[in-house]
Design a protein around this ligand. Structure first.
Ligand code: ACO
Length: 325
């Protein structure tokens, strides 16, 4: 099996910023509540005309440039998203066309907040087994398009953005391990009930606001802490490493309290955890890869560093991945 690593990263955040003060004018909430309960101060919101593939394109161009790979050299494009441009064609195919990456085969992965780690692991398998050489993996969300802006329980949490990574064979290091898991029995804790084959769009589903995210946050909170801790432990064990060996943890950015509770359980000090939740909120599939791209640009990731990606989301799904940079 070939060693596979990330050889370039990029990210894109839409221009518009929605602050907690803006939200105070929209629903019965306060900056104080949002900061204390979630750690979020602001989030980026895509323009009306900006679809997921548009954001993905910008992040991809940056990642390809940093990897020094041309779109024509891509063999595979995977887009992790729960907010595709449309049900079909896949956002990955739309992106392929924008990039003119004609050689690549393309598909989407739907695993919510764990989406990027799922897509990364799938791409790694293709390259490791010789099925392809260069892969582009994207996490992108326009969560503002499925957010109920009248529901204070959810609308304060989400943001939009895209992150991209180019994967290829590496001589040393790369992805050391990845652990993925799912539990469909708890799916109703976080869902968009309508818009699929179960409840196609109708006047009734629109009137009942069923095309928006419904979440039982309090129940999810506890599961998230336990699951992310467990996933990190398994991925590290598979890589033959311990928590003390990790240089930087990049957790999914759903709630600062979830991240800190997990850090406490893993006995991780705060300076080893990358946080961007304050400025971006929860961007589901896009969160971990945007954080990784920002961490690289800020010089927080150096050659030889051990990086742990860890995420949890709707499905339920979870995943953790250990990378030697
Ligand atoms: N402003 C003010 N008050 C609010 C707000 C708000 N925006 N939202 C809720 N409240 C109120 C509630 O109505 C409730 O009031 P009550 O006690 O009078 O009923 C009170 O605050 C406490 O509500 P809880 O839901 O218990 O608040 P909690 O501390 O659990 O925080 C939160 C809510 C932030 C959603 C948290 O539970 C959380 O982060 N959950 C996990 C989310 C998660 O991990 N999701 C998975 C990934 S996301 C994905 O896959 C797309």
């Amino acid at each position: 099996m070939k060693k596979v690593g990330i050889i370039g990263v990029g990210e894109y955040l839409p221009k518009k910023i929605l602050t907690n003060a803006d939200l105070e004018k929209m629903v019965d909430t306060s900056d104080e509540w949002i900061v204390a309960r979630t750690g979020i101060k602001e989030r980026h919101i895509a323009a009306k005309v900006e679809a997921s593939s548009d954001m993905a394109l910008q992040a991809s161009l940056q990642a390809l440039e940093s990897a020094r790979i041309k779109p024509q050299d891509l063999d595979l494009i995977i887009v992790a998203t729960i907010t595709p441009d449309m049900p079909l064609p896949s956002t990955a195919c739309v992106l392929q066309n924008s990039l003119q990456a004609k050689k690549a085969f393309c598909f989407d992965v739907s695993a919510a907040c764990a989406g990027f780690i799922y897509a990364l692991t799938v791409a790694q398998q293709f390259i490791a087994r010789g099925g392809c050489k260069n892969a582009l993996v994207i996490g992108v969300e326009k969560l503002s398009s499925i957010t109920d802006w009248k529901d204070r329980n959810t609308c304060v949490l989400f943001g939009d953005g895209a992150g991209a990574a180019v994967l290829s064979e590496v001589k040393s290091g790369g992805i050391l391990s990845s652990y993925l898991g799912s539990d469909g029995s708890a799916g109703e804790l976080l869902m968009v009930p309508a818009g699929g084959s179960r409840l196609p769009a109708s006047h009734d589903t629109v009137d009942k606001r069923m095309h928006y995210v419904k979440m039982r946050g309090n129940e999810l909170f506890k599961i998230a802490v336990v699951t992310m801790t467990h996933a990190a432990q398994i991925a590290l064990k598979q890589a033959g490493l311990e928590c003390k060996d990790v240089d930087l943890v990049i957790p999914h950015q759903a709630n600062i309290r979830i991240i800190m509770a997990m850090a406490k359980k893993l006995k991780l000090c705060e300076d080893k955890i990358y946080l961007n939740i304050e400025k971006h909120g929860n961007m589901s599939s896009a969160s971990t890869i945007i954080a990784l791209s920002q961490a690289v640009k800020e010089g927080r990731v150096k050659k030889g560093d051990i990086i742990l990606l860890d995420a949890f989301g709707s499905g339920l799904t979870w995943g953790a991945c250990v990378i030697k940079w």
